[in-house]
Design a protein around this ligand. Structure first.
Ligand code: FAD
Length: 307
């Protein structure tokens, strides 16, 4: 039997490349100065979904919520072989915290057919690891977090090995289920050259709008809006005909209640942001002998680290 998989992926700034310019004077991330990438563990979630499709058949749908530029990771998904890619973008979703983000994603997923919803364990910028479990709660799905291996998938039952820090658990659940996938689960497949050739020109409507706006900038002040709209419609219908129009949904398309989206739907309040600079201080090497360990324990008791 085939399985319908929905993968949630986030476009994130590449935090490995944080340099002086990548931080603003207030100590926040200057997103414009950092390359934007496919959140690494979301690539593991995508790989998991693709290998389920390879083994059992079914479909893989990739969704992301973000700015129009997030279409880039949807193209990357198409290069790797997803069947469908959907951008959820809407200015009314700006300033969404994890609760609002998971609500919006849940509204979108309800519009799709799914047996397995896959998220990365964690996004490398927000770093909360909250969205997957919150999404499962909103969809009333069982959730298996920290997945490091798919042990079996038979009929409506899935068995997964999950990391618990100092060991592992094997967990069984009935479908539909939500998994949050770690980097240990697999090695993401590379993009396929044929698919790159096919989808490199795929665009979402908001990208087309931006491109047309840039082209017409400064021209025909008075009737630019009308001309713009016509051009956008024409380019979008040509892309659609060729199967190159990336689907785009706004909050109305997914019947989202606006009270639960954006700033209104976000109870998290950021009071202060601090830059924490970690500096090295003195260290002591403990010899791996019984005497060394005894000495370490005695010192830890003495300074009340352990009692
Ligand atoms: C008060 C407040 C205001 C904010 N305002 C903004 C803002 O204006 N613009 C902005 O970009 N961010 C904003 N954020 C950040 C935003 O809330 C988080 O980036 C988002 O909720 C995801 O949380 P996370 O990064 O901790 O993801 P995690 O919970 O660590 O992500 C886990 C997994 O969930 C999935 N996932 C997470 N986010 C998405 C997504 N967007 N699309 C698809 N799948 C996803 C991925 O599979 C990911 O691996 C704001 C946060 C707060 C607290």
């Amino acid at each position: 039997m085939g399985y319908d998989c929905v993968v949630c992926a986030k476009q994130v700034p590449d935090t490995k490349r944080i340099t002086g310019e990548a931080m603003t004077e207030e100590g926040t991330v200057n997103r414009a100065a950092l390359p934007a990438i496919f959140n690494p563990e979301d690539l593991n979630a995508l790989e998991q979904a693709l290998s389920i499709r390879d083994a059992h058949g079914g479909t893989v749908t990739l969704i992301t919520m973000g700015l129009p530029a997030a279409s880039e990771i949807l193209r990357e998904g198409l290069y790797r072989g997803v069947d469908r890619a959907i951008l959820i973008t809407d200015q009314r979703a700006a300033a969404s915290d994890t609760l609002a983000t998971s609500y919006i994603l849940s509204c979108a997923i309800r519009k799709l057919s799914y047996d397995i919803v896959l998220c990365g364990r964690q996004a490398i910028d927000g770093d909360t690891a909250q969205v997957g479990p919150q999404l499962a709660e909103k969809l009333s799905l069982p959730v298996i977090t920290y997945m490091e291996e798919l042990i079996s998938l038979e009929g409506k039952t899935i068995r997964v090995r999950r990391n618990i820090g100092n060991g592992y658990q094997v967990v069984e659940a009935d479908l539909p289920v939500l998994l949050t996938v770690t980097e240990a689960a697999n090695t993401p497949r590379p993009p396929m050259v044929k698919k790159i050739m096919k989808y490199k020109k795929a665009r979402s409507k908001s990208e087309v709008e931006q491109e047309v706006k840039n082209l017409l900038q400064g021209d025909f002040e008075n009737y630019a809006a009308e001309l713009e709209a016509q051009q956008v419609e024409q380019i979008c219908s040509e892309l659609k005909e060729k199967g190159l129009l990336i689907e785009q949904w706004n909050l109305d398309d997914i019947d989202a209640d606006l009270n639960w989206c954006g700033r209104d739907g976000s109870p998290t309040k950021v009071h202060r942001i601090e830059s924490v600079v970690l500096t090295g201080s003195e260290y002591k090497e403990i010899p791996p002998t019984e005497e060394g360990i005894n000495q370490l324990v005695a010192e830890l008791i003495e300074d009340h680290t352990i009692g």
